[in-house]
Ligand binder design. Structure first.
Ligand code: ZN
Length: 292
């Protein structure tokens, strides 16, 4: 199943969607007792899922604006740095990584950081360029995991039982701030720095360990990889993060970006106002945003 978060006449509506037919069905009309946002849907899912069947003709997706599937996360977005071999190498070589040990290319353990929850914007929303604050803007195409069942101390072998589904994020980054402040939080957390969407797809619909992931800037293919190439796979990430932190329904884990980001080029190719960033993940869809 695929779900979207829509804005229709200024009212937010979580809906079941058929992206081929471009039709949607509000969850509140299908499932008695459900009221709320996408995180509430994730929490209620086991109770209401038998009701979530498209009934009737549906409504045209064109009449509504798409928001990020989880437009108001309950807490920061968990992120993983340097989680594809080629990207870990390009980042180390770029000189922008103040966190790496001398000569290190591949981390010994997952590099986990967070982005402020306030960074999330929807498909098509402009990404603020923050002139005067940041100047070296970069894109990062990523598969994002959305947690369903809560848990702490989740072993790898059971990790996928805790996944509700998947979406796409652009882990947008100000490289100058990321480098200057050493810790990555500021460079990753400016307002609007987490485009997300277009849909939240349930875990049963995709094989998350084998999805093509691509990113174009102004139509030029920059990133072209597959989630098979993750250094630390999704079960490992869940085991690592949940070891001492209870994961909650609706928590988001951005799994890292492949090679081909702006700082991977010599000289770096940062994005600027007017540039269009399009990210595609197989089985999920296309997330496109323009730098404001
Ligand atoms: Zn990232």
């Amino acid at each position: 199943m695929k779900f979207v978060n829509l804005l229709l006449d200024n009212v937010k509506t979580v809906a079941l969607v058929d992206t081929d037919m471009r039709k949607y069905w509000p969850v509140a009309e299908l499932a008695p007792g459900y009221a709320g946002d996408m995180v509430q849907l994730v929490q209620d899912y086991d109770r209401i899922k038998t009701n979530l069947v498209a009934r009737g003709a549906g409504r045209p997706l064109a009449e509504a604006a798409l928001l990020a599937p989880i437009d108001q996360p309950r807490r920061n977005i968990f992120c993983v740095g340097k989680n594809y071999f080629d990207h870990a190498a390009e980042f180390s070589k770029s000189g922008f990584d103040a966190s790496a040990k001398e000569g290190e290319h591949v981390p010994e353990a997952p590099v986990v950081f967070t982005k402020a929850y306030s960074t999330v914007i929807g498909p098509g929303a402009p990404i603020p360029s923050h002139p005067g604050v940041a100047s070296q803007l970069d894109y990062e195409a990523e598969l994002a995991v959305v947690i369903g069942k809560p848990g702490r101390g989740i072993p790898k072998a059971r990790a996928l039982e805790h996944v509700f589904g998947y979406t796409i994020v652009n882990d947008f980054t100000a490289r100058d701030l990321q480098k200057l402040h050493r810790q990555w939080f500021l460079g990753k957390s400016l307002d609007g720095f987490c485009p997300m969407g277009p849909v939240l797809v349930t875990a049963d619909e995709v094989d998350a360990g084998n999805l093509d992931i691509r990113c174009w800037v102004n139509g030029e293919l920059r990133q072209d990889a597959n989630t098979r190439q993750l250094i630390f796979d999704i079960p490992t990430l869940i085991e690592t993060i949940s070891a001492g932190i209870t994961l909650q329904p609706g928590d988001i884990i951005a799994t890292g970006t492949p090679a081909g980001v702006g700082i991977g080029f010599e000289p770096p190719r940062f994005v600027r106002s007017g540039d269009v960033i399009r990210i595609e993940v197989q089985g999920i869809g296309t997330l496109e945003n323009t730098v404001d």
